[in-house]
Design a protein around this ligand. Sequence first.
Ligand code: NAG
Ligand code: NAG
Ligand code: NAG
Ligand code: NAG
Ligand code: NAG
Ligand code: NAG
Ligand code: NAG
Ligand code: NAG
Ligand code: NAG
Ligand code: NAG
Ligand code: NAG
Length: 536
Amino acid sequence: MASYFYISFVSLLLCAIFVIQASEFSQSKVSTNVSCIGVEREALVKFKQELTDPSKRLWSWIGKDCCKWQGVTCNEKTGHVSKLDLRNPCDGLERCSLGGKIHIAANKLKHLKYLDLSFNNFSTQKIPESLASLKRLEYLNLSNGGFYGDIPHQLSNLSNLQYLDLSSGWSVHSLKIENSRWLSTFSNLKYLDLSNTYGLDSKEWLSPINMLSSLEVLILSGCGLEDVPASQHVNFTSLRFLDLSYNSVNSSIPHWFQNFSKLEHLDLSNNDLQGIFPVVILENSPWLRFFDVSGNKLEGELLKNLSIFCNLQVLSLCYNKFSGRIFDIKGDALICGQSNLKTIDVSNNNFNGHLPNQFGNFKDLEILDLSWNSILGPIPTSVGQLLSLRMLQLSSNKLSGNIPKSIGQLSNLEVMDIGDNQLDGVVNELHFSSLTSLTSLYFWWNELVINVSASWVPPFQIQAIFMSSCKVGPKFPNWLRTQRALSALDMSNVSISDEVPYWLSDVLSDIEELNLSDFVLTFVSYSDTFMKVQVD
Ligand SMILES: *[C@@H]1O[C@H](CO)[C@@H](O)[C@H](O)[C@H]1NC(C)=O
Ligand SMILES: *[C@@H]1O[C@H](CO)[C@@H](O)[C@H](O)[C@H]1NC(C)=O
Ligand SMILES: *[C@@H]1O[C@H](CO)[C@@H](O)[C@H](O)[C@H]1NC(C)=O
Ligand SMILES: *[C@@H]1O[C@H](CO)[C@@H](O)[C@H](O)[C@H]1NC(C)=O
Ligand SMILES: *[C@@H]1O[C@H](CO)[C@@H](O)[C@H](O)[C@H]1NC(C)=O
Ligand SMILES: *[C@@H]1O[C@H](CO)[C@@H](O)[C@H](O)[C@H]1NC(C)=O
Ligand SMILES: *[C@@H]1O[C@H](CO)[C@@H](O)[C@H](O)[C@H]1NC(C)=O
Ligand SMILES: *[C@@H]1O[C@H](CO)[C@@H](O)[C@H](O)[C@H]1NC(C)=O
Ligand SMILES: *[C@@H]1O[C@H](CO)[C@@H](O)[C@H](O)[C@H]1NC(C)=O
Ligand SMILES: *[C@@H]1O[C@H](CO)[C@@H](O)[C@H](O)[C@H]1NC(C)=O
Ligand SMILES: *[C@@H]1O[C@H](CO)[C@@H](O)[C@H](O)[C@H]1NC(C)=O
């Protein structure tokens, strides 16, 4: 339950890193002193009449000057309507969706360059063919617009298009690409997102896309792709952003990926990719910031030379078959001096070796997940230099020795998970001295002795504690009394033999998960709280 919680947290974070903006279109609205052209105003009025607008988002669409209407932008020199941005501004789809029919008088709005109808609910119709007459269109965003059915191939008439976004959420497979050949006609296309559409040829999908030599962003997540051909001459070498996640590609990673020398974002996660990951791809992509190949069957000793990751902010290799020594920093230093990494998730692989002493090089690191590998030896004292760290996950390895007191300096740490190792020694107040942000603590299945004084007041308000098999007792831990946010508590098999303190029911008032088995309880009179939980 708890691990599910922070996995989804990590993916949220990963998603938030890259936001691509079509900035050349963002003209400032206030500066227009042109007033709109009569026929275009009428076309917009007709357009509005066919729409449903329950939240009255288009309330400003009255009066003569349509250039002042919400979402409408006119060209400053000519006064023609150039931009229509009706993207749903609210969080929930339901709240501010436009719906109804799209009746766009293309012969009247000839100068439209930008059309954004994303995140609305046009669920009653297909993408109207009439959009294909908006010949000057450079930006078309119908992402999550609720459209269904075949994507009209007439759209290929939009030869000026630079941005095309027809993506939808992963649960809605509604738009179909009947024949992907029409894609190849967008010779100016820089941005293509077809995520969660269906109908792309699972094996030959690359041929039409390979004609788009200006492509900078390609997002084909959840498109049912099964193959990435090995031998191909790639045309679109200006690619900065590539996302092929959530497909079923089971080939190896083709070497032509190394020709994308401008790559900043590479997401191949959740496929079935096999074989050794070609390190040369990373060596040839000096601008790479985001690298996620999690959830595949990839092999190789990718962490041998961490210097190839110097510019990287997100490194996610989890759930693969990578091996070799972890963070084998040659000559005791990163070649770049300092890493920019914010997230390292290499959990669930076969990495071995010792943790490095040079943790101080990772000044920006917020998430470190090395769990479920075979990492040996002690946790180095330098872990205390990771002052940005929010999550430290080292569980299910073969770590041994004492926990360094320096860990208590990590004032941003929210999750400390070092469970299921061979750590031993005494943990006292110093190990927690500045952990003001701590919400989850996993110490279970080690040989740790917790020795804090009865008067200790922890600096944190914790939500989850897992201490099973540590030595906490014989006294019941009095510091728990200060905690008001507890929802999970495992103090099973922790050598307590004490009376249940009278305040415990207050501390446990919001508990969802509780295990106090093998804890020699002397029950006084206990109410419902204990009826729900397992106490052997
Ligand atoms: C808009 O106003 C500015 C000064 O306020 C003026 O210089 C410019 O010519 C005006 N543009 C049009 C199209 O009227
Ligand atoms: C979209 O509109 C249809 C009917 O017009 C409605 O049944 C559906 O619930 C709406 N979907 C959302 C997400 O609002
Ligand atoms: C399309 O709109 C959605 C939000 O409504 C946005 O996330 C996405 O980046 C837009 N696509 C382009 C190409 O700007
Ligand atoms: C698309 O272009 C072709 C040829 O240029 C033209 O015959 C056709 O009418 C156009 N279709 C639309 C929907 O504009
Ligand atoms: C590369 O692009 C050009 C022009 O866009 C096209 O003529 C050529 O066939 C493309 N090459 C491949 C292998 O698709
Ligand atoms: C990659 O680039 C090199 C040099 O620019 C070129 O010779 C090679 O053909 C390219 N490979 C592919 C598969 O496009
Ligand atoms: C990939 O999957 C296909 C069909 O599921 C299968 O025939 C093929 O052998 C697989 N290839 C590899 C390399 O596993
Ligand atoms: C590690 O990678 C860096 C950057 O690509 C390179 O300069 C260095 O020679 C590599 N070191 C080793 C030992 O391979
Ligand atoms: C626990 O801490 C107290 C006070 O700091 C100390 O006297 C005692 O020896 C410690 N016990 C263990 C097992 O470390
Ligand atoms: C209880 O903890 C001890 C170490 O303190 C351990 O050896 C034993 O396996 C644990 N028992 C269970 C059931 O986890
Ligand atoms: C409670 O803890 C004991 C000992 O660690 C373990 O054997 C048991 O499975 C746990 N019970 C539950 C419901 O997790």
